[in-house]
Design a binder for this molecule. Structure first.
Ligand SMILES: [Zn+2]
Length: 169
């Protein structure tokens, strides 16, 4: 069932990317060029989601940051992603320099289902940890951050991204 859903999702992404084919915007993750990104969000933002890989602005920013400012694409590193996004996980898993694992409490696309406030990983396990738009959903977010610090190797780095709601827009 999981594979069927993934294949169906991939087919829809393919069809959508053909429909939006163009040369106005560029997605650095899937390297697609489109006439626009798609609107996305509860309060729809225009030009937000990539028609092919479904990345949002924050994912594309992360990708550019990783590529231009870190050792993520060059060094052999062990990576933990909490609450993975489908297409980005697929890209990370295809990178030979990464020893990658993803976790989530419930998600069917995560490699392991576990509670981020009580992971089963050894101390100092990861060089890099991503926790993207997750902490705001965890009741004991301080415990989750302690756990992330516990499994992060000394000298490792983590990106903990949470939404900030600006009232005066
Ligand atoms: Zn894309």
């Amino acid at each position: 069932m999981k594979t069927e859903l993934s294949l169906f999702g991939s087919y829809l992404d393919y069809v959508r990317s053909i429909r939006y084919k163009g040369n106005i915007v560029f997605c650095p993750i899937c390297e697609g060029r489109f006439k626009s990104f798609l609107p996305f969000g509860v309060k729809k933002r225009s030009n937000a989601m990539c028609p092919r890989c479904r990345s949002l602005e924050r994912h594309r920013l992360l990708w550019l940051y990783l590529r231009n400012r870190t050792n993520f694409f060059t060094d052999d590193i062990k990576v933990l992603e909490i609450a993975p996004q489908y297409y980005i996980q697929r890209k990370f898993r295809s990178m030979p320099n990464l020893d990658y694992v993803s976790v989530d409490l419930y998600s069917r696309i995560a490699m392991i289902n576990m509670d981020v406030t009580d992971t089963q990983f050894e101390d100092d396990s990861f060089d890099c940890i991503f926790c993207y738009h997750v902490l705001e959903h965890i009741l004991d977010d301080k415990m989750a951050m302690k756990e992330i610090l516990r499994v992060l190797k000394p000298g490792g780095w983590a990106i903990l991204h949470v939404p900030i709601l600006a009232e005066n827009r």
